[in-house]
Design a binder for this molecule. Structure first.
Ligand code: SF4
Length: 504
């Protein structure tokens, strides 16, 4: 009988969460690089270049790939011949590992977990609890998979109880366009088909941890129904033209996973989960001989990509007004320098509530830009930790008020805006730009200064003022209301109809 010591298990979990915070899996890197090489859309290629450059920087610097270091997920397959040298539950052991990883002093990770989710929504402080799934299996080893799933992609999870005669491909093609770019493509889609509703979700999440192997599948052809579906969905989703970051292009998904389970004769439950540009998971096995040894990848695994900014327009945020931003066109790339405010959900809500009560805001937003971000804490000589953009649509309902009443003229975030926000941007002659989701460490290197301005009690959601130099962004909604997330995918969908979609 194998004995697993508490400390070995906890330290292995902690090491694994640290590891995946800065090392992309090699298969994701390989397939993303291949997609980058064949991409024909300049905007999508530029976004993929940033993700690849960011990935190398994170691996070199041992700092998070993305500022959203995720909800911690663990799958534990415990052998029935294992003896545990601990008084704690497996869930408590996983949580202890998560706590240790997320509060690491050399590479602190962002604590995104909130308790009381429909009430006070207060941070638990250390990203616990994890979501832990335990299975008892024959044997004397413990297999563990840990994953850190970003909120942007988790929020786009889909479930449907289809009729037995319904087409799963049709359903996938109907829901993927509604997911927009909030899940930071290019990534993976994982489907769970059958079982009960919760089983479908679980096998979809499990499938997300499988190695990426679409090039091999394409080369050898499908051997069963699940593989037929993988290929068909892969081809058809990419033909939608959504592209990297929703900018329009050839590659929206790098792989599609399909797992199934027997189900009731009256049912066809199906779950669809996306995995984003910050694909983070690792597998290890404990056999009682000590903590897991994780293979450190070679930096040679990372392609050397040049991120070309020579065609981008340089702008000074400190001298902007509506007349200046009216000359910017949707799709244009910019390098921002000067003072940039930050704020996201909680800060916007508080500001709008204050304005409704007639109170003075603690910061003057007139002719300013605000960046939707919640950065990782800084370490050593960093000005700020990784500070990528968060999903902008969560701030849509505040746009009209902050532009009309406070004079804000620009926003920076990620992915598309809804119709009401686009109308408000147009009405107020404002502008919305995107930074690349999943390129947080790269973005943070453009931030040369940071000071707390207001709402410090909101932690990572506080309002800061960044001093940025040459921060790369793309105009996503210009002051005339033109939106790249509408025009880009439509343009590439039409082009792909004429380009053979032999994308591997
Ligand atoms: S890449 Fe995008 S969806 Fe993924 S964790 Fe980062 S911000 Fe969230």
């Amino acid at each position: 009988m194998t004995t697993i010591r508490e400390e070995d298990f906890v330290q292995s979990v902690a090491d694994a969460f640290q590891f995946i915070s800065y090392y992309h899996p090699a298969d994701y890197l390989r397939d993303l690089h291949a997609a980058y090489e064949r991409e024909e859309s300049p905007a999508a290629k530029d976004a993929m270049a940033q993700i690849l450059v960011n990935s190398r920087m994170a691996a070199e610097g041992h700092r998070p790939i993305c500022q959203d270091t995720g909800i911690a997920i663990a799958f534990v397959k415990a052998g029935m011949d294992v003896r545990w040298d601990t008084k704690k539950s497996l869930e408590e052991l996983v949580n202890e590992g998560v706590r240790r990883a997320y509060t690491d002093k050399d590479n602190p990770l962002r604590a995104s977990m909130l308790a009381d989710p429909d009430g006070k929504r207060k941070s638990t402080g250390d990203n616990t609890p994890a979501v832990t799934h335990v299975e008892l299996v024959p044997g004397d080893k413990v297999e563990v998979i840990v994953a850190a799933k970003g909120g942007g992609s988790e929020n786009k999870s889909k479930f449907a109880m289809l009729l037995p005669s319904d087409s799963i491909v049709d359903w996938v093609l109907s829901v993927v366009p509604t997911m927009g770019a909030d899940w930071c493509p290019p990534g993976m889609l994982s489907l769970g088909i059958g079982g009960s509703p919760e089983k479908a979700m679980l096998i979809a999440k499990w499938g997300m941890m499988e190695p990426m192997n679409m090039p091999e599948l394409k080369a050898r052809g499908p051997r069963n129904r699940a593989e037929e579906l993988r290929l068909e969905i892969y081809e058809k989703v990419n033909a939608l033209g959504i592209g990297a970051q929703g900018l329009g292009g050839l590659s929206t998904v790098l792989d599609v996973k399909v797992n199934d389970y027997p189900t009731h004769a009256a049912s066809k439950p199906v779950a669809l989960l996306p995995n984003c540009a910050a694909t983070r998971h690792i597998h290890f096995t404990l056999d009682g001989t000590g903590p897991a040894k994780l293979d450190v990848p070679s930096l040679d695994d990372w392609p050397r990509i040049a991120f070309d900014t020579s065609k981008s327009r340089r702008v000074n945020l400190d001298t902007l007004d509506k007349a200046a931003i009216a000359t910017w066109k949707a799709g244009e790339t910019l390098l921002l320098s000067g003072k940039l405010l930050t704020g996201r959900d909680a800060a916007h809500k508080r500001m709008v509530d204050m304005m409704a009560r007639g109170e003075k805001l603690p910061v003057d937003l007139a002719n300013r830009f605000i960046y939707y971000t919640g950065p990782v804490d800084a370490v050593r000589d960093e000005v700020v930790g990784p500070a990528g953009p968060t999903t902008s649509s969560r701030m849509d309902k505040f746009v009209d008020t902050v532009c009309a009443k406070a004079g804000l003229i620009g926003m920076v975030g990620k992915s598309e805006r809804g119709s009401a926000a686009i109308e408000a941007i147009k009405k107020h002659g404002a502008v919305y730009c995107i930074a690349v989701g999943g390129a947080a460490y790269l973005v943070s290197k453009a931030i040369k200064g940071s000071r707390m301005v207001a709402f410090e009690d909101l932690g990572m959601e506080a309002i800061r003022e960044f001093d940025v130099r040459d921060m790369p962004v793309t105009v996503a909604v210009d002051s005339a209301g033109n939106a790249v997330h509408r025009t880009g995918p439509a343009e590439w969908r039409a082009k792909i109809g004429k380009i053979p979609v032999a994308v591997v």
